[in-house]
Write a protein that binds this ligand. Structure first.
Ligand code: ADP
Ligand code: MG
Length: 512
């Protein structure tokens, strides 16, 4: 299984092994097996139907939209879409699971295989997927005083009379309630091979997966609301040894916590092993307040769940026509778009990875490249100055104060030699702050045009050489720093308006 996989960076002589299970909440209007709404934040138990409450005799009916989204995901990661897959019952007891089992897929999932490709720095990585399967989410338990703020907690048919604040018989501060609004929400659980070798790689994978599911629109990606939550399986081993025993960190819903949790877990496991303790397979939770992981329960095996095919649901059959129709209608995928950017614009892979971070960034770049006919400059400016500005003001590219047409005309003036890069940044500033609307007008107003008259430049350089005799001597003795000092002097004398390449060339000529 691990043949040919490179060893990752070692931590205290140990190799880190990570596999991910990610629950993505699908963007359907209604639940996976009922017509109740999936909208977030409603009053408890107002968005649950007889199926979600598991009332006797209520039968699940498959939501076609959930299947559609599973197919789209499979196509996006180059996976096989099963022609026939099977829903199974995963049996366990939990107060927020009134049926006593969760409907999931076990032996035959709808999406099989596939890969997720991304960059870690400028290194290309590829993580293999085992599967992605459809399943329903469970409800929520709400504990203690938090219940006071939640109206409508009583479950129809289970209501306790007189249950409410001020009731002397019940102390709500010590009681728990069940909210089944989330029960039956459609999930696609995406499982990787244990292919990741560091917390940084795991976070980069999770970000790429998040990009894919939001790009194709099957998930809203809202991590705070739990629409995209990751379980990180972590183990360590000495290089070349068998896979170590893993512990599973549940429900990581921020990229920052993900990194912290894995780093803590790796250190903890190494410490245990170094102290001579074996690692017990376990499910753990990360506590952001302490920065530590702690054990929730020792881990169940598949056998504990007594999986069996759900007799209430027939096999999920997907025709080839459905798959092909979906393929034909799907939006251009990030990695297809990235390949096109390499082919059409001749951009490096690193650039295209950055430019296809979101649909909006890609569209902005394409607009600038088309208008300026300068793809590489467009890429540099979108990834560089523009991104920096957007980040520092926490703005999305849709809210950029410099639009694509303005950036394109600015880039045009760099390309035709009218302005230097330095001057271009000043123009960009003025566009950004709204001081000016048009690159040419700003160049004019701030007299930022580059000096194109070589005669004038030659004279300035001659003056600089005369005034810096000591530097000139040092350059002749082979001191490169002294040369740069002369370039600096010349640029200063032209108030930054000379073309630095031209200054370099002229200085070399004069000193050579
Ligand atoms: P389960 O469904 O019981 O959690 P799986 O065998 O399906 O178990 O594995 C779940 C996840 O754990 C997968 O992402 C897999 O890649 C990962 N995994 C399996 N073994 C290891 C290991 N030794 N170290 C790290 N991750 C692992
Ligand atoms: Mg698991």
């Amino acid at each position: 299984m691990q043949a040919g996989r490179p060893t990752g960076p070692l931590v205290q002589g140990y190799e880190v092994i990570i596999g991910f299970e990610t629950h993505t909440q699908l963007t359907t209007q209604s639940k996976i097996f009922s017509r109740a709404s999936t909208a977030f934040g409603a009053e408890p138990n107002t968005q649950a139907s007889a199926v979600d409450f598991a009332l006797p005799g209520a039968l699940p009916v498959m939501n076609k939209g959930a299947v559609q989204r599973a197919i789209e995901f499979g196509l996006a990661v180059g996976a096989h879409i099963a022609e026939s897959s099977v829903f199974a019952r995963k049996n366990y007891f939990y107060p927020d699971l009134p049926k006593g089992y969760q409907i999931s897929q076990f032996e035959i999932p709808v999406v099989q295989g596939g890969t997720v490709e991304f960059f870690l720095g400028d290194e290309k990585k590829s993580v293999r997927l085992v599967r992605a399967h459809l399943e329903e989410d469970a409800g929520k338990s709400i504990h203690g005083s938090g219940m006071y703020s939640l109206p409508g907690l009583a479950i129809p048919g289970l209501a306790v009379s007189g249950f409410g604040p001020g009731d002397s018989k019940y102390d709500l501060a010590t009681m728990s309630g069940i909210d089944l609004n989330r029960a039956g929400t459609p999930l696609l659980e995406i499982v990787t091979e244990p292919d990741m070798r560091s917390s940084a790689e795991a976070v980069a994978y999770a970000k790429e997966l998040h990009k894919i599911v939001t790009w194709i629109g099957i998930c809203d990606g809202n991590m705070q609301e739990g629409s995209f939550r990751c379980d990180a399986n972590v183990s360590v081993r000495k290089p070349g040894a068998e896979l170590g025993t893993r512990r599973e960190i549940k429900n990581l819903n921020s990229f920052k916590f993900m990194q912290q949790a894995i780093d803590y877990e790796v250190r903890w496991q190494i410490e245990q092993l170094e102290d001579g303790h074996a690692i017990q397979q376990a499910t753990v939770l990360f506590d952001p307040d302490t920065g530590e992981t702690r054990s929730m329960r020792t881990k169940e095996d598949a056998a504990d769940y007594r999986y069996f095919p759900d007799p209430d649901l027939p096999p999920l059959v997907i025709s080839r026509e459905w798959v092909e129709k979906t393929r034909a209608e799907m939006t251009e995928l990030p990695r297809v778009m990235a390949a096109r950017f390499v082919a059409d614009y001749g951009l490096p892979e690193y650039d295209v990875g950055q430019l296809t971070q979101s649909k909006a960034v890609a569209a902005y770049f394409e607009a600038v490249a088309a208008a300026s006919q300068q793809a590489k400059l467009a890429s540099n400016w979108v990834m560089g100055e523009l991104s920096r500005r957007l980040n520092s003001e926490e703005k999305s590219i849709e809210a950029s104060t410099v639009n694509a047409a303005q950036l394109a005309s600015l880039i045009g003036r760099i390309a035709d030699g009218t302005i230097s890069n330095n001057a271009a940044r000043q123009v960009f500033d003025a566009l950004w702050t709204g001081e000016g609307q048009d690159a040419d007008a700003i160049i004019e107003a701030k007299s930022l045009k580059q000096m194109s008259d070589t005669g004038e430049l030659e004279k300035i350089i001659a003056d600089v050489l005369a005034a810096n005799a000591k530097n000139v001597e040092e350059v002749r003795a082979g001191n490169a720093k002294a040369f740069n000092a002369l370039v600096g002097q010349a640029m200063k004398a032209t108030k930054g308006k000379a073309n630095p390449a031209q200054v370099n060339a002229l200085l070399k000529q004069k000193l050579g």
